[in-house]
Design a protein around this ligand. Structure first.
Ligand code: TXA
Ligand code: MG
Length: 350
C-alpha cells in the first residue's frame, strides 16, 4: 500500500481523508497530544486493522475521537453532571473521559469493557476530518506497540509506511504526550493515565479527584489496560536522573569517564545542565548527542520534545541515554510517568 502524506488541508483533501476513514481505511491524524492511528470506530473490520498495524494486544481498548461534544450522546448511556462540566471546561483538549458505552460501540473497541473512552481533540484539521467521516474515529497513538508515540508525521511514517492509506500532516504536536484518561464514578474523578490536564486542573471541578492505585503503588492492576504494557521504550538503555543541574552534570561526567570511548551517548537535559556540563567536560568524549529543554516551564518544554528525542536517539543508534527528570508536580507528573516507563523504572534521585 502506498501511504499518502497530505499537508494541505483543502476542503477536497479533508473530504477525501474523511471518506477513507468512513470506508474502513486507516488514516493517521494530527492531534494536540500525539499523532493518532484513526479508523471508523463503528466498523469492526477497520478496528481489527488498527490492532494489526500496531501489533497491539486486543485487550487494550481504543479511545474514540469525536468532532463535537454533542456527538457523545449517541455513544454513551449516560453523561453525569461531572462529565458535562469536564467537557465544557477542557474540550476540545487533552482529556479522555470513560463512560458506559451504548450497544452501537463494538466490543472490539473497548476490549470487552463496559466503558468507552472519549475525547474531542484540540486540532481543527483533525476535527474537520472526523466531521467529514461522519463517524466517531478510534485512534490509538500511531506507533508500533511499545515504541515511543510519534509527535510528527515523519515519526508516523517510520512506523506505519505501507500499512495505512494516508497521514494527515499538521507539523509537530504542541503537547507531546498523550491525553489524561479519567473515569467517573458518582461524584468522583479517578485519573487512570496522567496527562496535560493535571490533577490540580481537575480539582477546579471537584475536590474528589484521585489517582488510580496503580499509579501510586506497585503490584496493583491498572484500570486502563494499556498502562500495564511496556511503553515508550527507546532502543538504548535509558536512565533518568532527578536533582540539581550541578549534580546531574557531575553524574553524567562521571558516567562518561567510565565508558568505552567509542560508545555513543544521547543526553536529554535542561539548558542549564548543558551549560554546566560543557564547562566541566572539555573534550573528553566525541560521541555525545545533546538535546535540551528550556528551564523556564520545563515540564511543558520537556513534554513536547520527549518522544521526538527518544526517536532521534533511536535513529542515531546511541548506546546509552541519560535524561534529566523533573519533580512530579503539575504536568511533571505526566512527564515523569512516561520517563519512568521509557527508562524501565531506572529513575535515580541525586
Ligand atoms: O492523547 C491521546 O490520548 C492519544 C491521541 C491519539 O488521542 N491516544 C492514545 O491512545 O494515547 P492509546 O490507545 O495509545 O492509549 C489509550 C489508553 C490506554 O492506556 C488504554 O488502555 C486506555 O487509554 N483506555 C482506552 N479505553 C479504555 C476503557 N474503556 N477503559 C479503560 N481504559 C481505557
Ligand atoms: Mg499509545
Amino acid at each position: 500500500m502506498d501511504t499518502k502524506i497530505i499537508n494541505d488541508f483543502t476542503t477536497d483533501n479533508i473530504q477525501w481523508l474523511g471518506a477513507l476513514l468512513k470506508q474502513g481505511d486507516l488514516v493517521a491524524l494530527p492531534t494536540e497530544t500525539v499523532y493518532g492511528l484513526g479508523a471508523n470506530a463503528l466498523d469492526v473490520e477497520a478496528i481489527k486493522k488498527i490492532y494489526l498495524a500496531k501489533g497491539r494486544p486486543s485487550d487494550n481498548p481504543l479511545i474514540l475521537h469525536i468532532a463535537d461534544k454533542e456527538d457523545i450522546y449517541s455513544l454513551v448511556e449516560t453523561v453525569p453532571q461531572i462529565a458535562n462540566q469536564l467537557m465544557d471546561k477542557f474540550w476540545p483538549g487533552p482529556l479522555t473521559i470513560i463512560l458506559p458505552k451504548k450497544e452501537i460501540v463494538p466490543n472490539e473497541v473497548t476490549g470487552g469493557l463496559p466503558g468507552v473512552a472519549l475525547r474531542c481533540p484540540d486540532n481543527e484539521f483533525c476535527r474537520a476530518i472526523i466531521r467529514a467521516a461522519g463517524v466517531p474515529v478510534a485512534a490509538p497513538s500511531a506507533n508500533i506497540s511499545g515504541r515511543p508515540s510519534p509527535t510528527t508525521a515523519e515519526g508516523v511514517y517510520n512506523d506505519m509506511q505501507g500499512k495505512i492509506a494516508a497521514i494527515a500532516d499538521d507539523g509537530s504536536c504542541k503537547v507531546g504526550i498523550e491525553s489524561t484518561v479519567v473515569e467517573i464514578n458518582d461524584d468522583t474523578i479517578t485519573i487512570l493515565r496522567p496527562g496535560a490536564i493535571t490533577l490540580e486542573m481537575l480539582k477546579e471541578v471537584t475536590s474528589k479527584v484521585y489517582l488510580d492505585k496503580f499509579l501510586i503503588e506497585d503490584n496493583t492492576t491498572p484500570k486502563a489496560p494499556g498502562m500495564k504494557y511496556k511503553h515508550y521504550a527507546p532502543d538504548a538503555k535509558m536512565i533518568t536522573y532527578v536533582g540539581s543541574s550541578a549534580d546531574i552534570a557531575k553524574q553524567i561526567r562521571d558516567n562518561i569517564q567510565n565508558l568505552d570511548i567509542d560508545s555513543k551517548i544521547g543526553l536529554l537535559i535542561s539548558l542549564k545542565t548543558k551549560k554546566i556540563l560543557e564547562k566541566n567536560l572539555g573534550n573528553i568524549h566525541k560521541n555525545i548527542y545533546i538535546i535540551t529543554f528550556d528551564d523556564y516551564d520545563s515540564p511543558k518544554s520537556l513534554a513536547k520534545i520527549l518522544y521526538e528525542s527518544l526517536l532521534k536517539f533511536n535513529s542515531l543508534q546511541v548506546d546509552y541515554i541519560w535524561a534529566e527528570g523533573l519533580s512530579s508536580e503539575g504536568l511533571g507528573q505526566a512527564v515523569m510517568n512516561r520517563m519512568d516507563k521509557a527508562s524501565s523504572h531506572q529513575i535515580i534521585k541525586l
